[in-house]
Every structure is written in C-alpha cells, then in structure tokens.
Design a protein around this ligand. Structure first.
Ligand SMILES: [Zn+2]
Length: 230
C-alpha cells in the first residue's frame, strides 16, 4: 500500500516511525522506508486486502500516471463484505468506470478469475501485466515471440499481428488469452494489447495453442484508453 490518509491528505509516508490509520479497515498503518524500494505503508495487524502484493518502482511509476484520487481505491462487496483495493479506479460511479490492475507477480488462473469477477461488476477492467525476467526467462521468450511482420490483420484501423509463442511457458500466454478483462503487456518501454476471444473472432481467426495476436500502443495511448479519452 503506497498511500494512506494523514489528516486530509492522501500520501506516501514521509518520516520513519510515522503512523496513521487505514481508512478502509481502521487498522494501524506503519511507515516503511526501505533503502532499496519504494516508500509504503504496512498494516500492523495484516492487510485488509487479502490480494495485496509487495509493490515496487514499477507499481509506483504506473500509479503516478493517474490522479492520486484514483489510486488504491477500496471496493467492498455489499453482500459478502469482501474488500479489495483496485490499483487504479477512474471515472468511479459512471458508465466509464474502469479498474486498472497492475500485475507484476505471477498469478494463477483461479486468482485471475476471482479478481475479474470482483472488479468487473459494473466496471471495465484492464490488466497491465509486467513481463520481466525476475523469476524466469519469460521476458526473453516473450521478446523472441514478437513478430509484427508475418501475419498482420486490421480491425477498426488498428493493426494486429498474429504470432506464435517461442520457448516454454506457453501456459503464460494461454492463461492471459482466456481473460475476460482487457489484457495489456508491459515489457521494458513497450506496451501491447492482447486480442481476447471476441476480438479474435472479429479478426476472422481461431487461435491455435501457443498462437496470440498483439497490437502495439504507446504509453499515452494506453493511459488514454484507461481514462476513456481520445
Ligand atoms: Zn486496511
């Protein structure tokens, strides 16, 4: 958790030993100021969001593209009382309400499904999946698979390229192909939108195992897509 309320200000911790209260659960929050990671708050008695994951500079960098009022927004299921904090929530309470989930750590298919069914109720949902080599050679295989020259298809003025996963970890791409939310990959400075089942149909293409289609976009285009502005 990178932000908390101190009085009427929402911000990261500023001082060692600083304390405040979580507005979502009332629990005590303690400032954590690591030398080699981002400043953050830790729940003294355990995080009220069971999906909370360790965050680093990648999360911070992306959250900072959105207004602070849109970062780390707690959503509660009125029936079950279940609480989760969306990394970013824009246009809350409007038909354009959009949750952006920043996914740095590997996630199981069950977890992906649980998060989609929670956040997608009445909202759009975007995943931004960080592709990196921290735990495996995922980014290397992803990079090897990129092929924007062989099979190019246009839909709505956007260029999609169909390619094939190279190397192991095929499960990685297969899992994200089945997502019901919109999936974007971030690798280094690049962002790619992954064609989901509906879009694949419109491309007139039935994906084989290991096959996937990507559309390149810039960081600004991605941010505008989340915010629903042209
Ligand atoms: Zn809390």
């Amino acid at each position: 958790m990178l932000y908390a309320w101190i009085g009427n200000q929402k911000r990261p911790p500023a001082l060692k030993g600083e304390r405040t209260e979580c507005r979502d659960c009332g629990g005590a929050l303690i400032a954590v100021l690591p030398v080699e990671n981002v400043l953050h708050w830790r729940h003294k008695g355990g995080d009220c969001d069971p999906w909370s994951e360790p965050e680093g500079p990648w999360h911070l960098g992306w959250k900072e593209h959105f207004d602070i009022s849109c970062r780390e927004i707690a959503l509660r299921d009125m029936v079950t009382g279940e609480l989760h904090r969306a990394d970013v929530l824009v246009a809350d309470g409007t038909p354009g309400a959009t949750v952006l989930e920043l996914q740095h750590s590997p996630i199981s298919e069950d977890e992906r499904i649980a998060r989609e069914s929670f956040y997608r109720r009445g909202r759009r949902m975007f995943w931004l999946v960080h592709v990196h080599n921290e735990n495996s050679f995922l980014a290397t295989y992803f990079g090897m698979s990129l092929d924007f020259g062989s099979r190019v298809v246009n839909v709505d003025g956007k260029e999609f390229a169909i390619m094939r996963w190279m190397g192991p970890n095929k499960q990685f791409i297969e899992k994200w192909k089945r997502a019901t939310a919109h999936v974007f990959f971030n690798i280094g400075p690049h962002i790619f939108f992954l064609a989901g089942p509906e879009l694949s149909k419109r491309l007139g293409w039935t994906p084989q195992r290991g096959e996937f289609a990507l559309c390149r976009l810039t960081r600004d285009e991605f941010i505008k897509a989340v915010k629903l502005v042209d």
